[in-house]
Write a protein that binds this ligand. Structure first.
Ligand SMILES: NC(=O)c1ccc[n+]([C@@H]2O[C@H](COP(=O)([O-])OP(=O)(O)OC[C@H]3O[C@@H](n4cnc5c(N)ncnc54)[C@H](OP(=O)(O)O)[C@@H]3O)[C@@H](O)[C@H]2O)c1
Length: 380
C-alpha cells in the first residue's frame, strides 16, 4: 500500500511514525505547509502530485478543516485513491458527498478516528447494525471538556483556571470554542447517528449547549443532588424519526459514564438485541488517534470497499420527543421559567420534565437576558 499523506502535524506525524514500522505500507508523499527533516525527501508541492502518481493507491487526510481538505480528497477519490481521514469537520459537513464519491469511484472511505480518537467505535457501530437495530447512542465524546469537568469536580478548581491548564497540557486548543461550546461533540454525534440510523443529519440541526458558562458552584450543586456533571451527546430513534442533541447532563452516580476520568471518552449504543454496549478509551492525542487511522488502512488492505453505510437519507432531528427534567441556573427568573419549575433552590431551579427542543429554545433566549445562564439535563 503506497500512501499520500495530507498533513504532517500532530496526527499526520504519528501516522508517519507508526507506518514506518509496518511492512507492506509506505508513506510515499506528503503534502504539508511546513516541512521538516523527517519527511523533506517525501514532501511534494501539492495534491496534484499525489493525484497524478499512479503508484499511490490511498490518501490519508489529517490536515483538518473543511477546505481545502474536501477539494483535495475529492480529487484523490476521483483519481481512484482510497480515503482514510480523522477529520470530523470534513466528514460531518460532506457526509453524503464523500459516500457518493466512494461509491462512484469504487474506492474505500474510512473515518474511524473522526469519532472517538483511538476507540474502535464507528467500526463496531456499523458491525452492530448487521444483526441489530440501534435504538439509542450516547457519549462523552470530547476529552478536553471531560478533563475540565473531572478536574473541577475532583479538585474544586474553577473553569477558567482548568481551561488554561488543559491548554498548557495540549488537550485544549488556543481557541477552545469548538470543545467548550459542544461543536466537537456535535460533529462526532452527527457522524455516529448518520451511521447508526442510515440518515444524513445537517450539523446545525442538532441542538447544542456547551460548558462555557459552567461554574464550580454548578459542580457542587450537582454533587448535592447526588449527581455528576458531564458534557455528552445523545441520539435515538423515535416513532417517527430520530432525535439528536448535545448538552451538559447531571448523571446519576451509578451511571458508568459518570466515572469516566480525565481526557477519556465513553461512547455507547443500546441495541434492540445486544442491549447496552460501551466503548471506553483515549478520545484524542497523537498516537491513539494515529493508531486508529492505521487500523483503517489495514481494513482497506483486508478488502473493505465502502464506507460503514451506503445509505444517507436526509433527516432532521425531532427534539420535541425526548423529555426530561433540567437544572437551570440563572439570575433572571422569568414567568416562563416559573411555569416550568418543579423545585426552586438557592440560585437554581429544577424543572418539570420538558422537551429538549423546548429547553434549548428557552436557553437561547435566556442567554440574551442573562449571558451567564447554565442548563443541564437530568435523566431519570
Ligand atoms: N489532535 C487530536 O488529538 C485529534 C484527534 C482526533 C481527530 N483529529 C483530527 O485530525 C486532523 C488533524 O489534526 P492535528 O491535531 O494533527 O492538526 P495539526 O497538528 O494542526 O496538523 C495539521 C497538518 O495539516 C497541515 N495543513 C493544514 N492546512 C494545510 C493545507 N492547506 N495544505 C497543506 N497542509 C496543510 C498542517 O501544516 P502546518 O503544520 O505547516 O500548518 C499540519 O501539518 C483534524 O481533522 C482533527 O480534527 C485530531
Amino acid at each position: 500500500m503506497k500512501i499520500g499523506l495530507l498533513g504532517h502535524g500532530t496526527i499526520g506525524g504519528g501516522v508517519d511514525q507508526i507506518i514506518g514500522g509496518i511492512e507492506g505500507m509506505e508513506v510515499k508523499s506528503v503534502v504539508s505547509l511546513e516541512v521538516d527533516d523527517s519527511f523533506r525527501d517525501r514532501h511534494v508541492n501539492g495534491i496534484d502530485d499525489i493525484v497524478n502518481d499512479p503508484e499511490i493507491d490511498t490518501v490519508v487526510e489529517v490536515m483538518g478543516g473543511v477546505e481545502p481538505a474536501f477539494t483535495f480528497v475529492s480529487k484523490a477519490m476521483k483519481a481512484g485513491k482510497n480515503l482514510v481521514t480523522a477529520n470530523k469537520a470534513l466528514v460531518a459537513a460532506h457526509y453524503e458527498d464523500l459516500i457518493r464519491l466512494s461509491e462512484e469511484n469504487g474506492v474505500s472511505f474510512r473515518a474511524t478516528a473522526s469519532a472517538g480518537g483511538s476507540i474502535p467505535w464507528l467500526v463496531n457501530l456499523s458491525r452492530a447494525k448487521r444483526a441489530d437495530t440501534i435504538l439509542e447512542l450516547a457519549g462523552i465524546m470530547n476529552g478536553t471538556t471531560n478533563f475540565i469537568l473531572s478536574k473541577m469536580k475532583n479538585e474544586g478548581a474553577d473553569f477558567d483556571e482548568t481551561l488554561r491548564e488543559a491548554q498548557a497540557l495540549g488537550f485544549a486548543e488556543a481557541d477552545p470554542s469548538a470543545d467548550i461550546d459542544g461543536a466537537d461533540i456535535r460533529r462526532k454525534l452527527n457522524i455516529s447517528a448518520n451511521i447508526a440510523y442510515d440518515v444524513q443529519i445537517p450539523e446545525d440541526s442538532i441542538d447544542t449547549f456547551g460548558i462555557r458558562n459552567v461554574t464550580s458552584q454548578d459542580i457542587r450543586n450537582a454533587a448535592a443532588l447526588g449527581r455528576t456533571l458531564k458534557l455528552a451527546g445523545f441520539s435515538g430513534k423515535t416513532e417517527d424519526g430520530i432525535f439528536a442533541y448535545v448538552e451538559p447532563v447531571l448523571l446519576p452516580s451509578e451511571d458508568v459514564m459518570a466515572y469516566i476520568p480525565s481526557n477519556y471518552n465513553l461512547i455507547r449504543y443500546r441495541g434492540a438485541y445486544a442491549g447496552i454496549q460501551s466503548y471506553v478509551g483515549e478520545g484524542a492525542g497523537r498516537y491513539p488517534t494515529a493508531y486508529n487511522v492505521v487500523e483503517d488502512l489495514f481494513d482497506i488492505l483486508a478488502g473493505e470497499k465502502h464506507f460503514y453505510t451506503v445509505t444517507a437519507v436526509p433527516a432532521v432531528p425531532d427534539n420535541t420527543a425526548p423529555v426530561h427534567r433540567y437544572y437551570v441556573r440563572t439570575s433572571v427568573i422569568t414567568p416562563g421559567l416559573l411555569e416550568m419549575a418543579e423545585d426552586r433552590q438557592d440560585g437554581y431551579v429544577i424543572t418539570k420534565p420538558v422537551s429538549v427542543r423546548g429547553m434549548h429554545s428557552f436557553i437561547r433566549e435566556q442567554l440574551i437576558r442573562d449571558p451567564a445562564a447554565f442548563i443541564a439535563g437530568i435523566p431519570d
